[in-house]
Structures are given as C-alpha cells and as structure tokens.
Design a protein around this ligand. Structure first.
Ligand SMILES: O=C(Nc1ccc2c(c1)CCNCC2)c1ccc(Br)cc1
Length: 338
C-alpha cells in the first residue's frame, strides 16, 4: 500500500494484518500509535464502491449517532481522494458466528447473557429512531471481556416519519429476513429487527438456523410458512419466546417493550435489560478530558470545547479510546507527547 492515500492513516496508526474482508471493504488490525491501543481499520475504495457509496455514508452517520456499550465505537474517519478509512473499536473475540460454531451451540444461560446484550443494543438504536436491518451473528463481535458489540450499520434505516413509518427496501441476509420483508411488502424496521433477533436467538440455542436452504427461493417459502424444528434440548420457556418472536404476522409478533421484561429474558438476572447508553456523547467523561488536556497542553475547558466538536478526527479517537478503557474499569495513560 505505497500510495500516498495511506499517509494520513499511517501517521497515526500502524496497520497490521487483515482481520476481515466483506463485499466492498477490507478490515485491518492496527495500533493507535499515541496510545498503543488496538483498533480495527475498515478500508474502502470509493471507485470500487460505486452505487454502494451511500451505504458507507449511512453507516458513518449512524455510527456517529449510536454510541453505546454494546455497539462498536467509531473512533475516526479519514477520507482521501479515492479511499475512506473508518477507525473502529477492535473486538479481539472476533465474530459471534465463529464462537457459536466452535461451541456447537450455547447453554441457555450463556445464550441469555448474549441475547440480553443484543436486546440492549437494538432497543437503544430503535429508541434513537434507527432499524439495523442486518442483524446476524456475523455482525456481532466479542470484545476482550466476552461482551457483544454490534457492527455494520450500512443497511440501517432512520425513517424520516419515525419508527412507525413503513420501509420498502428488501435488504439484509435472507436467512434472517422477516416474512413481510421477503414477500416484498412494506414493513416496519423495528418489527423486522425483532424477527431477525428471533432467528439469532434460535441460532444461539440450537447452533443451526430455523429456516435454511441452498436455494433462496425455497428458503423464502420456508420463512413464509414459518415452520421450524424445536430440538429436544430447548426448554419450554425458550420455545415460547421463539414462538412469540418468529410470528409470521408482524402484528402478532412480540414488541421490544414486551421482550425487555419477558420472564425468559429476566430469568437468573436481577433486573430488566438496561438499554440506555453508558457512553452518550452529550455527557463527557471529565477524567478523560483531564487526561487529554494534560496530553495536549490545553486547559480542561478548551479540551472540552475541542472534543465536543466531534470532528471524528484524532481528538475524537483519543477521547473514545480513553473512554472505552474507562468504561471497562482500566486506566489508559497517554505517554508524554514527543
Ligand atoms: O475487530 C474486528 N474483527 C475481528 C477481530 C478479531 C478477530 C477477528 C475479527 C476474526 C479473525 N481472527 C482474529 C480474531 C472488527 C471490528 C470492527 C469491524 Br467494522 C469489523 C471487524
């Protein structure tokens, strides 16, 4: 990658091996030079993106607004003539998909732990007026505390008329797509996300998909029929919850509000699912600001003013890298500036 397009990113990050490559993006592991922290750098070529360029803009806009303990944090965006670099929180545990495959299937208690975190993230994005529309184990990553982080907001929708408004675009991965979506009808993003979370929960508990087929037309028929196997290891509680989430008729499908207080979701946990963000941008962490003020030789007030401009440049990256460590209870000390 000799091109000068990488100069800016290389001035702040040491790019390492590729850890993921999707349709139009490559994700590299990198080290933030100032703090030594690991990050993921999603690299896209605008020429290769073509009609998909708006998806990247959608993802960047969404990730700037959706800051949550179970959503991968966007640290910085670098755009050059031909490239877009998104610097994002690194999740050393990799994809939930690989975790399930490695364990064959999860015990109910572990599936519940992960499902509560998924609910927390999705309830938060719905509250902020977004539907994800591509919920699947490949888009859920594990951080180094075995907590889940949601990624890939390229298909997210923020209907102008609010979450009650119907959507049209058929998108997402077929096996996780709701019946109303695959039948080309109008659908509500939140209802389609609930269906996808039902498929996700089934995958966690069973290790395989409720609706699956090599031919997408046959897969669609199975989804529209809504019949799926209930392996003997599923508890009655799990079967009941799955039945309420995998309702073909979106009007009969369980709502997010009902899910958050559902007995299966609450079992073994002290309370309901806390979905509010612990790291909202509008209440800055004063310890991180103090650390940055010292590092950049500014007053705390000046540092506060600079950070709250949210340019998603180096300053935003340093703030979030400090915050992510603070939220995890560890202290990140920035070395004296050279
Ligand atoms: O951290 C990420 N991926 C990742 C991290 C660690 C590992 C993987 C992916 C899988 C490859 N084996 C090593 C383990 C990551 C983070 C943000 C985005 Br967007 C896309 C990917």
């Amino acid at each position: 990658m000799a091109s000068s397009e990488y100069d800016v990113i290389r001035s702040r990050y040491h790019l390492k091996e590729t850890i993921g490559s999707g349709g139009f993006a490559k994700v590299k592991l990198a080290t933030h030079l100032a703090s030594g922290e690991k990050v993921a750098v999603k690299i896209m070529d605008k020429r290769a993106l073509g009609d998909d360029l708006p998806r990247v803009k959608t993802e960047i806009t969404a990730m700037k607004e959706l800051v949550h303990q179970h959503i991968c944090t966007l640290y910085e965006v670098v755009e050059t003539k031909h490239k877009i670099f998104m610097v994002i929180e690194y999740c050393p545990g990799g994809e939930l998909f690989d975790y399930i495959v490695a364990k064959d299937r999860l015990k109910e208690s572990e599936a519940r732990k992960f499902f509560r975190q998924i609910l927390s993230a999705v309830a938060y994005i719905h509250h902020k007026g977004y539907a994800h529309r591509d919920l699947k184990p490949e888009n859920l990553l594990l951080d180094d505390d075995q907590n889940l982080k949601l990624i890939d907001f390229g298909l997210a929708a923020r209907p102008k008329g609010g979450m009650e408004q119907h959507l049209d675009t058929c998108c997402g991965s077929p096996a996780y797509a709701a019946p109303e979506l695959v039948s080309g009808k109008q659908y509500r993003g939140a209802e389609a996300d609930i269906w996808s979370m039902g498929v996700l929960l089934y995958a966690l508990l069973c290790g395989f998909l409720p609706f699956d087929d090599d031919h997408v037309a046959t897969l669609y028929k199975k989804i529209l029929k809504g019949e799926y196997e209930e392996p003997r290891w599923l508890s009655d509680g799990s079967c009941d919850l799955l039945k309420q989430m995998l309702q073909i008729n979106p009007k009969k499908r369980i709502s997010m509000e009902e899910l958050l207080i559902h007995p299966w979701v609450k079992k073994g946990h002290s309370g309901t699912v806390h979905w509010n963000s612990k790291c909202e941008k509008n209440n800055l962490n004063t310890e991180c600001i103090a650390e940055m003020a010292e590092y950049y030789g500014k007053t705390k007030d000046d540092m506060m003013t600079i950070v709250t401009q949210w340019h998603y440049d180096e300053i935003t990256a340093v703030y979030f890298l400090l915050l992510n460590n603070f939220v995890r209870g560890c202290r990140l000390k920035l070395p004296p500036r050279s």
